[in-house]
Every structure is written in C-alpha cells, then in structure tokens.
Design a protein around this ligand. Sequence first.
Ligand code: ZN
Ligand code: ZN
Ligand code: FE
Length: 723
Amino acid sequence: MEIEVSGSSQGIDDFLRELPAEAPPLARIVSLDVSDRTFAVLDDFTIVTSHGGQARSTLIAPDVCTCRDCLSEVRNPENRRYRYPFINCTNCGPRYTIIKDIPYDRDKTTMAGFRMCPACRCEYEDPMDRRFHAQPNACWECGPQAWLETAGGERIAERDEAMKEAVRLLAGGAILAVKGLGGFHLAVHALREDFVSRLRQRKIREEKPFGVMFSNVNAVRRYCSVNPEEEALLSSLQRPIVLLEKLPCVQNSPIAPSVAPQNRFLGAFLPYTPIHYLLFDDSPYDALVMTSGNQSDEPIVMDNESARDQLRDIADFLLLHDRDIYMRCDDSVTRVLGGKPRPLRRARGYVPVPVFLENKGPNVLGVGAELKSTVCLTRNNEAFLSQHIGDLENLETMNSFELIVSHLKRILEVDPQCIVHDLHPDYLSTQWALRQEKVPLLAVQHHHAHIASVMAEQKLSGPVLGFALDGTGYGTDGTIWGGEILKVDGHLFDRLGHFRQVRLPGGGKAIEQPWRMVVSYLWSLDPENAERTFGDIFGRWPRQSLRVVLQMLERGVNSPIASSCGRLFDAVSALAGMRDSVTYEGQAAIELEQAITPEGGSYAGEVRKEGAMWVLDPFPMILQVVEDVRRARDRGIVSARFHNGLVGLLADAAEKVRGETGIGRIVLGGGVFQNAYLVERVERELRRRGFEVWSHVEVPANDACISLGQAHIGTRWLESSAS
Ligand code: ZN
Ligand code: ZN
Ligand code: FE
C-alpha cells in the first residue's frame, strides 16, 4: 500500500519507526520504500480506493485464529454476537480457505451468498471499525449457521442449541464430525480410552498418533511439558499442532493411551475458531481428540455432502454449517528443534504466505515428489509453497493436487514458464507434468531438490556441500539414493559421496517391513552366517519368509540397490527390538529416536574413497549394534550410540570432503533431519569443527520441501539458459 503523510520531520520519523510495531496482526511488511513528495498539508485521514491493476501483486492472507477482541465478544452475553460460531474481524478468521479468486472481495469468496444486515454493513464501511472491509463479516442475523445431524442424516438441533448439544454428546463419548476451517475434524473426548479406541477402530488407523486440542495452555501443561518456545508456538496466530513431550508419569497420564500409542510425544494444539471455543466453554472435558476427517489415505473431507457420505461410518453425529470451504487446508504440524520452531507439515495458518527468495526470477512451477506432496509456484522473488496435499497415491489426492495448482495460478495470476518434476518416472506428479503441453519441462534429481530447497529458504547461493539424508529418491544412475553428499552450485550439482549401498529386498516391502533391512545388512556383511545371526537376535522367526528374502538377495531379484540413510535407521530400529513392521512412513526411525537414553558412547563407522566417490560406511556400526543386542544391552543405549556414531560419521565425511573441495558451507536436508537428537548434535559438531551449517526453518525437511527446491532450480536453469 501507499501511505501519504505530512508533518514535522520528527513526527514522520516517529511514524516510520512505529509503523512495523503498530501494524495490524495480519499485516506483513516485506519492504518499505520512503520518498519525498511536494509539500501538502494533509489534515484528515482518508482511505482512497485502490486501482485495479495494483491489487494484483498483493499477498493473500492465511487463515488465522480468532482474535482476543472477537473472543471476548463471543463470551459477552451483552454483545450481539454472543456465542456466534462465525464471528471474525479484519484481524482474524478465514481467508485462504474461502477465497475463490482475486481481488479479495466478498463476492469472490464462499461468503458471497450471505447479504450483510444493516448492522454488519455499518461496521464494514466504517474505517474506524475493527470490521472495516472484513470480507467474511457476519452475525446471527445475516451470516452462516451451524446445525447438528445424526449419522443417518436427521437434523436434531439448530443454531446455538446445536453447539450446546454437541458439548453434551462429546461429554458422553460420542464421535463428532466437526466442520472446521480447512476441512472436517473427527472429535472425541480425549481422556476416555473406551471412547478413543472406538474412534481408532472405526478410522482404521492402527497407530498413527491423533492430534489433541486442549481448552487452553494451562490444560496442555497438565499433560505435557511446555517450554517458552513451545508455548509461543502453541499460542501463535497460526495455531499449529506442536509436538510436545508427555509428562513423565506416562502410566498415570489421563490422556487415553490409544491417542498416541507407544509415543513419548503428543501433538497438541489450541482452539482456533469460534466453534472450537464453544466446544470447550461449559464443557466437562479439557482435551478433545481432533483428527482429520478423512478415510485412510484420502484428502481431508471439506464439504457437507462428502462428510455425510464418507464420515457416516466413523462419526455418530455431524456438526455442520453452511459456510463452504473452497480450499482444503490441513492443520499444520510443528516441533521446536534446536531452539527453533520447525514445520513438519506446513498448511493452515502458514499458506499462502510465500517463502521470499533472494532474487527476482522467471515464474516456475515445481510439482514435488510423491509422499507428503506439495506444489510450489514462484512469482518474481516469491515462492508460494502450497499446503500439504497428501501422498499422491490415489485419484482423490491427485484431484486435490490439480485443484491446488489451478487455484494458485489463478490467485497469483501466474502462468509458469517451466514445470519442474522429479526424476522418478512413476510418480503421479511426474506423469502429470509430462502431460502438460507447450511448457518446457525440467527433471530434477530428488536430493538435489532437497538441498536447493534449504538454499532457497536461507537465500544461499553455491557452492555448498549438501548432506541429503532421507528414505528413498530416484538417482541419476538408476539406483535408489537416500544418503548423499552433493556439491550444489546454481542449478547444477555433483555427487561427491554417499552411504554404502545395500539391497532393498522386496522393494517397497522393505520399507514396510524393517526386518528385511536387517537381513539385507547381515547378508551383505556375511552371506554365510546371515541366517544364523538373524536367528540369534530374533529368536523364532517364520523360516519361510526369511528364506524368501535371502533368496531375493542371493539372486538379486526384486532387490534394488540403495544408499538410503532412512533404511539404515529402519534396520537399527528393528535390531534394537523396536519393531519388525511399520504402519506409517518413518515410524521405525521415530521410535528409535524416542527410545534414546542419552549417553556418551558411540559406534564407529568408516569414511573412505572408492574411485571418485566418498563412501560413508555404516556396516561396522551394524556389527557393533549386533554385538550390543546379543549382550542384551538396553535399547535406549543402543539407540544413543547409533545416533552419536552417525554424527561422527557425517562430521568425518564433511572434513574429508572439505579437505578436497575447500568448501566449508554445509546444508542439511531430507526427512532424516526431522530427528531432533540428530539435527542438534550434527549442527553442533559441524560448527565445532569450523563449518557453517544451514537447515530448514520455514519449510519441512521431508518431501514437502521438494517442490520449493525444484522451483528454485527451475528459475536458475531458465536464467542460465537465457544468458
Ligand atoms: Zn477478530
Ligand atoms: Zn449481520
Ligand atoms: Fe526425500
């Protein structure tokens, strides 16, 4: 916006100084240009209508939590919006999820069908009112309303009675589908095991933890430990889910065990819409499971019809309303790591705030990878990373992907000059890109994108040494990569090193069943004795399945070669007795990290040069793990020694590669760096040895960051081919 002021130079200086501090909560000052005008006395305050063309480059606000002012109105019996579930103002409420097109005016949102009553209209037109130009402005008279239905479709309560009845039902153990800001939640009383396990059975979600919404921060403290950074994150405008450690008295924790089975952490968040506050006011509970309302693996349900159709078998009742959700947007998930908040899933509250790039560049679309998919569209120096789309493994998620791409193009008014996709030919995102006509395509290697994503976010230009550690990604040589040292400069990279390779017996099966990775490592170490060693550790094991895996390895059938660090974690997790099979991605590694009993010992790996390539060899570490497991060493100690050993291995490799290349700037990327214990120690150790180190802060380190890295490489590629 353009602000014209007149006054003494002291007055103007004060104004400029106070502007950033006094700006409204949703304002974001990206840059501030000051210039002198011909002198004119301005003696009143006016807002001049904007010219159409200018509005185009404005940013669209994300959805943020109900503000203090609105909350006090909702709780004030004298106020005309007392207990109104859709109260909002210019400082709060829905934005991105209701906007169909730009410019951001009511008739281009899902509020278009609601005509403001005279009282609301007055507020909307008064520049001094908190609701001046609040597009979703509404009240009991003129705005959206809520109602309650049975799973069978019978309407049983309207308006305020619906909210009161919802509280009574939740208190009694019912499962409610609740329409929220970016989609539906399934809600249930979180303190009662019988209620929660019913939800778990119906949702067919074996072990993946449920998020829990608490009535306020004090309620969170009753169940979890909360440090000041975590409290700030919980109470921030974005209201993400924050992973918090459960209080030590786990057995006595009143939170139902099946909320987050075998997990030291709880995903906690606070109410962020008026409906949520109303579900806690006058309720006997202070914690509700609020998990996304979807059938397994499908996107979160966002409209009433789909909710009736898809959630009928899970929920007992549906709390619905008639304000449509246009853009689906899941809850964001974050974790404080090394003293900094970091996203694990970036969605509601953060999207569509762009990642600001160092330079302006051509407009490019990155279509991401496959798991935890996102897309990223750039406009000049802004990179718009989409919300979490999900795993691109079914038609529904793919439809959501296409909807998000076309919506981003429309609201940003950008047509990409290039589409960037992963090297993997089977990813649905790759196949989608290949179907697009008349746009140049660029294929980018997965781990190159991981490192470029950190570089984009941290405004780094090369050369840097990238340590990309994750599960799996398609390599340029046809093997699977996943533990890589890359030198990245501009849009180019060189592979300088990698973890020692092993086979993944059964391909995808080896990811679901970490015990297969144990067999693979043992077989690589000593093919003759692999079966016996495996038997020593795992005791009685179905001989048939073990033989099948060994045969695959011997014949090299259906056993791709991989340098994956994620699979190394899986193998160690299984060896330490954590689990032989997993029900969600990364589970084995997460549980291995959680088991750590911090101690100083460590397993030693080896770094050596093979031809032109540095090889990080964890095989000696596996032998030491086997040794400790045979001695029945505590799994917490095995886990700590493994983590410490990995820190040493990475730091040793960094020194050797620096010796050869002279590069001392290191970028850490990939899903393995969601491991708090590892990130904190790797960063500390590398700095101690004189390296500069960067990792993700704004964007998740998992594959959600791939589209940003792709887009960044795409802009650099276009620039270099133009010059
Ligand atoms: Zn407000
Ligand atoms: Zn009204
Ligand atoms: Fe990855």
